[in-house]
Design a binder for this molecule. Structure first.
Ligand code: CO
Length: 501
């Protein structure tokens, strides 16, 4: 495998992909499937038991009318169940009101946050704030509930066996209709306040001239056991956060928001967010207790940059260490542009930085850990909020420049060594998920699971790597009967869900 990888590298120089290949991964998948995967290279490890849930836009058009940005695409859940060395696939659209209404009408009825406008120009869109809740960003199984998440609205609860949409989830009235609930919950494997029981921490953002951040902590039965909120000056565009034992930490990216073109119907919300290169990034550190006084919340500053995703954070005495993927700036979503025509080389790559926050004197130091273009990190779930050694992340095939993700990179933060597995030139990769081997004692004893779009066959593969050793290549490649449009986030649970099929 290492040899064939070397061979590939010499064949595909200088560019590891073609834009045409990449584009086809953004074709809609309107069909829903339900089958046992029987086209497999290699072997599924029999100890790998459980269910991988993934979410992402399943439709990039409504009856031929193109949506403007993949972030506006209707949420489609893919489920891959591993049991006794076999694997089962099922996918299903989240039956949001918007999805049902648009499928019935056969046309776009809603404005999207990232630029999809109803046909008819600004007159059809003026003062229309009825954005479609699309439930397309993440999916998590927690407290016996399968929840499809989209940060600007309440979650949708699905049946994990059939993937049927059941209802919107309000957590016994903790959320109200229309409330946001973040798409990046963090699972504290051992919460000090709960006597070492695991707890799920999530947040919601109410943006405006000032911004309210509300934090929710849920126990293993899915009840909200702590809820606390703080108000901060300025507009916040916050997609992700990190936790430690004692803190929730948010990066307030230096952006401004101009609501007027949105109200007038000539721009979508996502097009009116402007990155401010001369402004610092603010780091908001909130103690994880509802009794916190506003004075106990710390705001630190660091160099300008844009962060969508963090990897992890942990405390060392009075210091907090945070690892994040940073961009030099936020690419503007342009109204006249087509995302399929993106010029990768013109963009700035996401790069891995480590931030050291001194909570005593407020000084932030940062250093570049990995300059290769990378996104979608994953770590051992037992190390969330704790010091850790290994991360797995989607990466570009080439060491320098901005490019689509085609490879999986394992980074050993202790020794500094890297391992790369590449699917170039025809393969494009989504978020990897690390799954530990049952009974494992070392941090990288387990598997890395990822969906790879194979442009040559216009289908997607579920790829399984041995997390301790990428050099042996994929230990199994499960060929699906179709492609899955590039997705966003997902989670693995050791629970096994297979419907009646
Ligand atoms: Co995300």
């Amino acid at each position: 495998m290492t040899q064939s990888f070397k061979l590939q590298e010499s064949q595909i120089s200088p560019k590891s992909y073609t834009r045409g290949d990449w584009q086809r991964g953004y074709e809609s998948l309107p069909q829903e499937f339900d089958y046992w995967i029987d086209d497999i290279e290699g072997q599924i490890p029999p100890e790998l038991q459980g269910t991988l849930f993934r979410n992402g836009p399943g439709l990039l058009d409504i009856n031929g009318q193109s949506i403007h940005h993949p972030f506006d695409g209707d949420g489609m859940i893919s489920r891959i169940t591993f049991i006794n060395g076999r694997a089962h696939f099922r996918n299903c659209f989240v039956q949001t009101e918007g999805y049902l209404a648009e499928q019935k009408a056969g046309k776009i009825l809603y404005r999207g946050v990232f630029g999809t406008q109803k046909p008819g120009g600004w007159l059809a869109n003026i003062f229309d704030f009825k954005f479609k809740s699309i439930a397309n960003t993440n999916v998590i199984y927690w407290g016996d509930k399968l929840l499809a998440l989209w940060e600007a609205a309440e979650p949708y609860r699905l049946d994990p066996y059939t993937l049927e949409t059941l209802a919107k989830e309000y957590f016994d009235g903790v959320l109200s209709p229309g409330d946001g609930f973040g798409a990046h919950p963090r699972l504290d494997p051992s919460c000090e306040q709960d006597g070492g029981a695991p707890c799920l921490v999530n947040f919601s953002i109410k943006p405006g001239l000032s911004t309210t951040i509300t934090i929710f902590e849920l126990n293993p039965t899915g009840q909200v056991v702590r809820k606390y909120a703080h108000i901060f000056p300025g507009f916040c565009f916050i997609h992700d956060f990190v936790i430690t034992s004692n803190y929730c930490i948010f990066f307030q990216n230096p952006v401004t928001f101009n609501p007027i073109p949105v109200a007038l119907g000539i721009r979508a919300a996502g097009e009116c967010i402007k990155f401010q290169t001369n402004q610092p990034t603010r780091i908001i550190v909130i103690p994880r207790t509802p009794k916190t006084e506003p004075t106990q919340v710390k705001i630190l500053e660091t160099e300008s940059g844009f962060v969508f995703h963090h990897i992890n954070a942990y405390e060392v005495k009075d210091e907090v260490v945070i690892d994040s993927i940073c961009y030099q700036s936020l690419p503007q979503v342009e109204p006249e542009s087509d995302f399929r025509q993106v010029d990768f080389e013109a963009g700035s790559p996401g790069q891995l930085w480590r931030f050291n926050l001194n909570l005593q004197d407020g000084v932030v130091q940062r250093k570049l850990i990995e300059s290769r273009c990378c996104e979608f990190p994953s770590i051992h779930p037992a190390n969330v909020g704790r010091s850790y050694r290994y991360m797995y992340i989607g990466a570009a095939h080439a060491e320098t420049g901005n490019a689509p993700l085609q490879a999986l990179l394992k980074i050993d933060l202790e020794s500094g060594t890297r391992q790369l597995w590449s699917a170039a030139p025809g393969g494009f990769i989504g978020e990897p998920i690390f799954v530990s081997r049952p009974g494992s004692v070392t941090e990288d004893d387990g598997w890395v699971l990822a969906l790879v779009y194979d442009a040559t066959h216009h289908r997607s593969d579920v790829v399984i790597l041995d997390a301790s050793d990428f050099s042996q290549g994929a230990i199994a490649r499960l060929h699906l009967k179709h492609h899955i449009p590039y997705g966003l986030h997902g989670n693995f649970t050791s629970e096994v869900f297979v419907g009646n099929s």
